[in-house]
Design a protein. Structure first.
Length: 354
């Protein structure tokens, strides 16, 4: 019979630790070869995580992979049962809101345009429905495509107006809208994302930092850190993705998302994770209190590593890659002095009714 004679602890550090703490999460579809719900939950639970963000998923295991917002009511109920079975909770819905054109203008891309009133009634409404079904308090979204190759600045006002309406729709249900920094969109860097958030001015609107989405624009770690500083006051949570700048790439101002192959574990690339996490450490008590008021257990650091490739609407790491990504992030957190929680024997005892 197994007997645990060690002092009972709730995280990887001692109970006397007073270091600030974050909450680990991950995009579950990145960890699953076949994208089945059971595989996604099993991998993340096995790695010690308690939170995940759903995106692409095969709920029944029949081979049909769907975006979470397109699931039927029945499949959403099934998914909630599966996540409960594995002791998982949703950190945020990995939505695709805002990855459409702001204007109905041909710019040589395959990006779609949907009239905004229709968009609110379809994509936004579907995403809120999924969040409510799965018990999610947060939705991840984006800032719309301006005409490719154009200066984003003239489009900030219109994009902010639409983002504000999306946040209002979420707010009616107690949901916070998180706006992610990403290449090719109006909010392609920290400065533009902060301008959007400031113009929208909604209490349930926060920004999501993602270093890999900046370094993949051929920014070095100093430049990435400056973009972090520009949006720092608006950040609610962060995605953990790192990228090694490709010296052979001739920068044109636009990222070809399908050719990005240089994703690496946290702090192995040019995304300034060590420096940013050191700064975050000093701000965590205040930020944690803010996020808890919005319904979060704390400040999420959400793994979206893309270690085996990434594209416009998602990425893939595999179960082995996700394991590498989790261990790498935990190593950086240990180094900079931020605590995190992984599952312990106490969790197992509770699940088994000990």
């Amino acid at each position: 019979m197994f007997t645990d004679n060690r002092s009972q602890i709730t995280d990887h550090q001692s109970p006397m630790s007073e270091r600030p703490s974050i909450v680990l999460s991950a995009f579950a579809d990145e960890a699953a070869n076949r994208k089945t719900a059971v595989e996604q939950m099993a991998v993340l639970a096995g790695l010690g995580l308690r939170y995940y963000s759903p995106r692409f998923i095969d709920v029944t295991g029949a081979g049909t992979v769907e975006h979470v917002v397109d699931l039927s009511d029945e499949k959403l109920r099934t998914l909630k049962d599966i996540q409960s079975e594995y002791g998982m909770r949703v950190a945020s819905i990995g939505a695709r809101i805002g990855k459409v054109k702001l204007l109905d203008k041909d710019d040589g891309t395959h990006n779609k345009y949907v009239p905004f009133a229709q968009y609110l009634e379809t994509e936004v409404a579907k995403t809120i429905r999924a969040a409510l079904a799965l018990g999610a308090k947060f939705i991840r979204g984006f800032s719309f495509y301006h005409p490719r190759g154009a200066d984003p600045q003239p489009y900030v006002e219109q994009a902010a107006e639409q983002i504000g309406q999306i946040a209002d729709a979420c707010g009616k249900h107690g949901i916070t809208y998180g706006l992610e920094v990403e290449a090719n969109l109006i909010g392609q860097n920290g400065r533009f994302l902060a301008a959007l958030a400031s113009a929208a001015k909604r209490p349930n609107l926060v920004c999501i930092f993602d270093g890999g989405n900046l370094s993949s624009q051929n920014l070095n770690w100093v430049e990435v850190y400056r973009e972090y500083e520009a949006m720092r006051d608006w950040i609610g949570w962060s995605h953990i993705k790192d990228y090694k700048v490709d010296p052979s790439l001739t920068w044109t101002g636009v990222v070809d998302e399908e050719r990005l192959k240089n994703f690496v574990p946290a702090s192995f690339g040019d995304s300034a994770h060590e420096q940013i996490l050191r700064d975050l450490r000093s701000r965590l008590p205040e930020l944690t209190a803010r996020m808890q008021k919005l319904g979060a257990p704390g400040v999420f650091l959400e793994l979206e590593p893309h270690l085996k490739g990434g594209g416009q609407f998602g990425g893939f790491s595999g179960p082995d890659g996700m394991g590498v990504a989790v261990r790498s992030l935990c190593s950086v957190l240990d180094y900079v002095g931020i605590d995190y929680q992984l599952r312990t024997m106490d969790d197992i005892r509770t699940a088994r009714g000990f």
